[in-house]
Design a protein around this ligand. Structure first.
Ligand SMILES: [Zn+2]
Length: 323
């Protein structure tokens, strides 16, 4: 099949994630038999991008949900996680019907509980639960050391610390869970171009995490001698409770006593309550790489280009209102 759309074609944040996935998965399509047709619909039924804009323009795959489902036309990028690959992944299971044994091979779109990272150079890394890792380690991706059993965020931070995601502004793709609902994953596949918004893609859609604030929080903890507390739920409990709308003034007052410079720490916390709920897990993953990650969090733009003072309330009081 003809591969089109060069990797460095005109930068469009919306298309970038699809372009990276398409290029990173070229070997999947190379050995698969895929019959394409010229669609008579205006756009891909999954990502809804116009046929002229997708990575393989005007090439559609006929797809049917279930035996009686309606026929839909999807672009090659959206179809790719549905491609079974003996070569790149390996045997998923044998389907036994009577005396017939049919081999079923692995697909990206069936990697339940698995993550993925696609670097700005379109290099793919997969994180798998141990059982899937054992299943697919003999496949080509396994042989290329692209599979690991870490948590997806742990792998992402290691790659970031190694410089594999440079330059971030060119975009990378972070998949928190491939899951088995390809549609849900591919419909809004979103690239990350700034650590202020790490877009976490999964089968249930996409959400943002302020990784920049998390790294700055880790820095504060380290500077205040609180590194060992980073991943402890007991340490963060008053903050976690407040993020869930269960403010406990007494517990919060005790927490303030435990922190040498509470105002500095409170200032760096991510603003979003959903992010705050992830503090122990994310900080635990950041800490081992903190020194290598700090260069990605240079002083905020406001320091070089001072923003007007919005209010004169002391930080301690203002932050206090968040709880
Ligand atoms: Zn599509």
């Amino acid at each position: 099949m003809k591969e089109e759309a060069p990797l460095h074609s005109s930068f469009n944040p919306r298309h970038r994630a699809y372009q990276l996935l398409y290029h990173a998965t070229h070997p999947l399509r190379r050995s698969a038999f895929i019959s394409t047709l010229t669609p008579n619909t205006p756009s891909c039924a999954c990502c809804d991008r116009r046929w002229a804009d997708v990575e393989a323009p005007f090439q559609a795959i006929e797809y049917r949900y279930g035996k009686n489902g309606e026929t839909e036309y999807v672009c090659l990028s959206c179809y790719t996680p549905r491609i079974a690959s003996q070569e790149m992944l390996g045997l998923e299971r044998l389907n036994v019907t009577g005396n017939t044994r049919t081999p079923i091979y692995g697909k990206l779109g069936m990697l339940v509980g698995s993550g993925g990272i696609i670097t700005p150079k379109a290099e793919l890394y997969l994180t798998l639960p141990p059982k899937l890792f054992e299943k697919y380690r003999q496949g080509e991706w396994g042989q290329q050391s692209r599979l690991s059993t870490e948590k997806p965020l742990t792998r992402l931070l290691a790659l970031l610390a190694q410089g594999e995601l440079d330059p971030i502004s060119e975009g990378f793709v972070y998949i928190e869970n491939w899951g088995r609902k390809v549609d849900g994953l591919m419909r809004h596949l979103t690239p990350t171009t700034s650590l202020h918004e790490l877009w976490c893609n999964s089968e249930s859609g996409v959400s943002a995490l302020d990784l920049h604030a998390m790294i700055m929080t880790a820095k504060q903890l380290s500077e205040q001698g609180l590194t060992v507390q980073a991943d402890r739920i007991t340490f963060w409990k008053p903050i976690l409770d407040a993020a869930q709308g269960q403010r406990d003034d007494k517990a919060f007052a005790e927490w303030l006593e435990k922190v040498p410079k509470p105002e500095s720490l409170l200032q760096t916390l991510p603003a979003d309550p959903f992010d705050r709920l992830k503090l122990p897990a994310v900080l635990g993953a950041i800490m081992p790489h903190l020194q290598a990650l700090l260069p990605y969090c240079r002083p905020l733009a406001v320091e070089t280009n001072p923003a007007p003072q919005r209010d004169a309330t002391p930080d301690t009081q203002r932050q206090g209102t968040l709880f």
